[in-house]
Design a protein. Sequence first.
Lengths: 141, 507
Amino acid sequence: MKYSPFSQEAALGLLATLREEKGPVLMALQLMQKEFGYVDKACVELIANFFNKSRADVHGVLTFYHDLRTTPPTEHQISICVAEACQAVGARSLEKEVKAKFANETHDAYCFGNCALGPAAMVDGKIIGRATLAKIEVARQ
Amino acid sequence: MIIYIPGDSAALSVGADEVAAAIAHLAPTATIVRNGSRGALWLETLVEVQTPYGRIAYGPVTPEDVASLFDADFLNGGQHRLALGKTDQIKWLANQDRVTFARVGIIDPLSLNDYRAHGGLLGLMNALELSSDELISEVTDSGLRGRGGAAFPAGIKWRTAAQATSDQKYICCNADEGDSGTFADRMLIEGDPFTLIEGMTIAGIAVGATQGIVYLRSEYPYAIATLQKAIDIARADSWLGKSVLGSMHSFDIQIRVGAGSYVCGEETAMLESIEGKRGVVRAKPPLPAIEGLFGKPTIINNVLTLATVPMILAEGAAAYKARGVGRSLGTQVFQLAGNIACGGIVETAFGITLNKLINTYGGGTLTKRPLRAVQIGGPLGAYFSTDQFETSMDYESLIAAGGMLGHGGIVVFDDTVDLAVQAKFAMEFCAIESCGKCTPCRIGSTRGAETIDLIIQGVRVDENKKLLLDLCEVMTDGSLCAMGGLTPMPVKSAMINFPSDFTGAAR
């Protein structure tokens, strides 16, 4: 996936689009990550100042949610569902296989709502059902 | 020539886009409609062709099958090894009672013409003729209870919010469908998003709320995209906006996307998250219906609850209430998941047996190994053994059997499952997803996972089992919300129903 390089100017321009939103902090963090691929450290202060919050407020939100990351992502992102319905059809062994090969870019996830066609995975935003290492490798290309 | 190829993400996950591309390549003049899924997910990609005799189905179709389908003249309903006959006569579908899911898989999800042609907007138009009081009474009389899992009567919640006075009220739709084994909210949003918008609009009119918010999880990117398009279409059609269908009511909807937190499916944590804060649970009271989002009266209902309202207003409370058993009235959208041969959506009146769902509809396990356990109601639901298969699937019977219906997800496991490992996972999941506000959940879950680990290793098994049960009691009684309060349910049910897995001897 392609992201823009982080800059304060670009970040401030994006934050301005949320000026009318109520309770904008989580949206702001999500917007930063969508644009830059991650939430740069500088964003905490930018968002705090822009929306008149404390840095602690923003930091608290940033560290609460599993989706938000503070370092640039790897080129490919693989998520394997390891919740119960996928466990029932071998998600745990799939997870091991995939992590053995793509350790840096593989994350655990809990449910993509594809529980009748598990194991489920998401590769660079594309959903995979009845996932196997081979299918994930194809989707990753 | 109309060909239906689902655009539902379950179908996409097994190649529906590739099938659609291959068919479009060989039939460039045909109209391809990307409908929702019929819910028979093991048949995906389910391709349907409109013929003079009705819609004829083929499935499961892979891109490699497409050439042979054309050879068999499938565009005219020709015979093929994947031919399933008329779609609405497929037994699995024909035996269901689709109410909430009546249009899912049948219509083009983003066509208002299709929506209206299949009974859409009738409920809203009827609602506009009623007073707030009459409208809420209709919902109350239908017996509709919260489909998110708490099963609270929808009408009573609405009445509370309607009676509150405030300059602003909100309708929040909880679409944070985080329970493993559940996907009905996602399929409804992807397959018939206007129904949800209609239900929310009716709720807004009923209680005097002008703003709706759908809290939709980030794990559902396809649903987010579909719902946003549907909202834009409804706005352009002057359904949403300053004057709902030309009436004096104003109503609009915004989507707020979650950020990967399970506990944000708990209604008060969801409110915090919509307010842009950490998803930390609030103490109740105050009830959200009185003091909810941004401190204003707020109705929080699950997707299926809101999506059922249009039908109740269109066909009347009596028609809905005529279905079901006891205090569980209407239909439930069951979701068959996990290790199951024929998984998907089974919507039917409450009161069907677990056995019928798993064996008649589900066709047993996918692996063809003996079925050993089913977990009902998501990660916080109980593990049932095959001895309990005659249990009636309704709210009260499941509670009596030591479980809960939750959001209607049923996850099947074969005989390779180790219930001690599943119990440990329940505690680990709670440790990962706990919001951290109360101690029994935050610390108890970690201690619980450690204790189960000792039992698995055979360390002081009896002593640790006693300790674990004691911990479960503390978590049940001492947690603020269902996250910590119900995590003991899968743990204890596994211990009670599968004692042989907790002896310390490796399975």
